[in-house]
Design a protein around this ligand. Structure first.
Ligand code: AMP
Length: 289
């Protein structure tokens, strides 16, 4: 496995692959890898084949964190991540520094951002107003450096995947986006680097996100008529309130593609929620079928 830290070197390699017609699959991450991330690497390998190149990146992108958020505390373990990537069959691990990604930013010398204006308004965008501007900007930059044929994203971050799909379409990035399913722990908790923050007691209460998704599914599957979103939201808020460490940030019902909120909930509806467990903010989502 080759490790690349310079943006120029990454782009140089990518241009060479392009000239030789080598297919490139790309998995962008913020590191502290778990099986969810590694499932994206396997998917990328299947998509590009044995002769293709799989690139993973680890970069904790400062522009997607608000000043009040957990940028400096974000979990990191680069040695472990490198070993996991090697074992998972990553060919090139791209590990840029902040100065490689945003040269001159601290001195005001970086001033170009990519902004998606519609899908990024609600849910995570409502709770974290500058978050998606950071995500679209860094992913656009990574796409320009890695020049992938296909990039693999997780359904765990459903809104993010929808926004990036829109960005790829709107800005004509010549690549395909694939969204792979959410990997879960045995008790249903979606795997996440942030799960590391949870104490033992919080970890057991954190299953409430999955239980809320399950309850919504049960209600929808057992009713003939559509359910009122407001009624269901109240029911879910009450369920979440049964866990002393849990504080609901939002729960939303919406169209899985347009992300348009809906007042009437059916099997085709998508649900997403964000819940603080102690100080840790967790998100999850699912289609209700
Ligand atoms: P992150 O490192 O959290 O920025 O995530 C990097 C990529 O991994 C994103 O495309 C996420 O959606 C995806 N991902 C995170 N958690 C999971 C999971 N439990 N299952 C599948 N993909 C995931």
């Amino acid at each position: 496995m080759r490790i690349v830290t310079s943006a120029a070197a990454m782009q140089c390699l990518a241009l060479r692959w392009r000239r030789t017609g080598t297919r490139v699959g790309f998995v962008p991450t913020m590191g502290y890898l778990h099986d969810g991330h590694l499932s994206l690497v396997s998917r990328a390998r299947r998509l590009v084949g044995k002769r293709g190149i799989v690139v993973a990146s680890i970069y904790v992108n400062p522009t997607q964190f608000a000043p009040t958020e957990d940028l400096s505390a974000y979990p990191r373990d680069l040695d472990r991540d490198k070993a996991l990537c090697r074992k998972a069959g990553v060919d090139v691990l791209f590990l840029p520094s902040d100065t490689e990604m945003y040269p001159g930013r601290d001195a005001g010398g970086y001033s170009t951002y990519v902004v998606e204006e519609k899908l990024s308004q609600g849910m995570e965008g409502g709770a974290r107003p500058t978050h998606f501007r950071g995500v679209t900007t860094v992913v656009a930059k990574l796409f320009n450096l890695v020049l992938p044929d296909v990039a693999v994203l997780g359904a765990k971050d459903w809104q993010q995947a929808a926004i990036l799909r829109r960005m790829v379409r709107d800005l004509n990035f010549p690549l395909k986006l694939v969204v792979a399913p959410t990997l879960r722990e045995k008790d249903g908790l979606a795997m996440s680097s942030r799960n590391k923050y949870l104490s033992t007691e919080e970890r057991s209460q954190a299953t409430i996100l999955y239980r809320a998704l399950k309850l919504a599914k049960e209600v929808v599957l057992s009713s003939r008529a559509p359910n009122y979103a407001d009624v269901l939201k109240k029911e879910l808020a009450a369920l979440i309130a049964t866990q002393p460490a849990a504080r609901l940030d939002y729960v939303e019902f919406f169209d899985g593609e347009t992300l348009q909120p809906t007042t009437s909930v059916t099997r085709d509806t998508h649900m997403a929620l964000a819940v603080f467990i102690g100080k840790t903010r967790l998100i999850d989502n699912a289609e209700l079928r």
